[in-house]
Design a protein around this ligand. Structure first.
Ligand SMILES: Nc1nc2c(ncn2[C@@H]2O[C@H](COP(=O)(O)OP(=O)(O)OP(=O)(O)O)[C@@H](O)[C@H]2O)c(=O)[nH]1
Ligand SMILES: [Mg+2]
Length: 369
């Protein structure tokens, strides 16, 4: 049994749970919309909030759904996961259901799942989404960042995946980002099952890292072509910018993991200080070395990072720039009317004829020749 469970909230969350279920994670989903959740056939446990039919990108509907049903939701989550050490709640930040429900739901679960750490997999929208979605994303991430005892927050960046595959459809981008994120988490979890003569990275190491409060990224660098320690360090640092997560922006890693898999000869090129030179050495580093004959890779887990202010600014700035226009749109909604310029023409419309009652004798005399 895997030590990490995935709870999907809303459509994106359900899709991430679906991929996780295929990889053998314990999964469950919550949605306001049955039709969305039913397509996630691999997720066995589902809770559909009664009386709702989607949240229509309105976060307050998601919030109300938790307010009205939190007892049932907590009970559902408690029953859905057995013997896990970490529950990751997955959702998109820019819709209504996942974005509106997840912050409060996570906060409530923190008090109701004793012994289980809780973290988040939160999807940050790509550059093509409009103002309403951007506002949702910034509100949701603000709320998530304020939760006190929260463990790792993985910020899945749809824009990163779009950059890797500029020609792909929305559907392909979503699928690929869900897949990459769950593969990253699954990979580090599977490493904890392996044993090594040279240094084990065990489940407690992983849980130590993932229970760190703040933003976490996982990335893998192929170092086959590297010839020096500097080249290895460079490839690892590149992988922090090219992962499916919001790219690393600033120094300040609190806990980290570094896992080497590959031939023994290449492992000599790993120089921890040069890898962490730019971001500063973490407080604690958990290392694992696994000698294999496969192409050499270095997987790093960086935890305790700050929320990415540059990436968030790219979401906020178009709202700020269009402040007057957007405020104008909102006030227009309730004030706009239409005035016809041809009011006079209403008189042209056919009138019903008045039939004046006449006498038979007068009609007869009218036709008399
Ligand atoms: N990575 C990823 N992003 C997704 C996926 N599905 C939707 N998204 C993102 O999520 C946003 C839409 O949010 P949904 O998850 O559909 O919203 P919801 O939580 O179901 O809320 P409502 O539909 O408003 O009730 C899109 O703008 C995308 O950014 C997915 O499967 N993977
Ligand atoms: Mg939806």
């Amino acid at each position: 049994m895997k030590a990490i469970g995935i709870l999907g909230v809303g459509q994106a969350g359900g899709n991430i749970a679906q991929i996780a279920a295929q990889m053998g994670f314990q999964t469950a989903l919550i949605n306001t919309n049955q039709r969305d959740g039913l397509v996630n056939t691999k997720v066995e446990r589902k809770f559909f909030v009664p009386g709702y039919n989607g949240a229509g990108q309105n976060r307050s509907i998601g919030l109300k759904a938790v307010n009205d049903n939190y007892r049932e939701m907590i009970d559902f989550v408690q029953k859905s996961f057995k013997n896990i050490r970490l529950l990751l709640v997955a959702f998109s930040t820019d819709g209504g259901t996942g974005s509106g429900m997840s912050p409060l739901l996570i906060d409530l679960l923190l008090d109701n799942l004793p012994g289980v750490n809780i973290g988040a997999i939160a999807v940050v929208p790509d550059r093509n989404v409009l103002a309403g979605n951007r506002i949702n994303a910034t509100e949701c991430i603000t709320e998530i960042s304020r939760i006190e005892s929260l463990s790792s927050v993985f910020l899945v960046d749809n824009d990163q995946v779009r950059k890797q595959n500029p020609q792909s459809s929305k559907h392909q981008i979503y699928l690929s980002s869900n897949q990459q994120v769950m593969e990253g988490i699954n990979h580090v979890l599977q490493v904890t099952r392996k044993s090594s003569f040279y240094g084990n990275f065990d489940e407690t190491d992983l849980m130590n890292i993932l229970s760190t409060r703040g933003v976490t990224i996982i990335s893998t660098a192929a170092i086959t072509d590297a010839k020096t320690s500097a080249e290895v360090a460079n490839k690892v640092q590149q992988s922090w910018l090219n992962s499916p997560f919001c790219p690393l922006e600033s120094a300040g890693v609190i806990r980290a993991g570094l896992i080497y898999e590959g031939p023994e000869k290449m492992s000599k090129l790993i120089n921890v200080p040069s890898i962490f030179q730019q971001v500063g050495e973490p407080l604690e580093l958990f290392e694992g070395t696994y000698i294999t004959e496969t192409d050499p890779t270095i997987t790093t887990i960086l935890a305790g990072l700050s929320f990415p202010s540059r990436r968030m600014l790219s979401i906020e700035e178009s709202i700020e720039k269009n402040k007057d226009r957007l405020q104008g749109l909102v006030s227009k909604e309730f004030t706009q009317t239409y005035e016809s310029k041809i009011n006079w023409a209403s008189n042209l419309k056919a009138r019903t004829q008045e039939r004046k009652p006449g006498s038979i004798t007068s009609k007869l005399s009218k036709y008399q020749k």
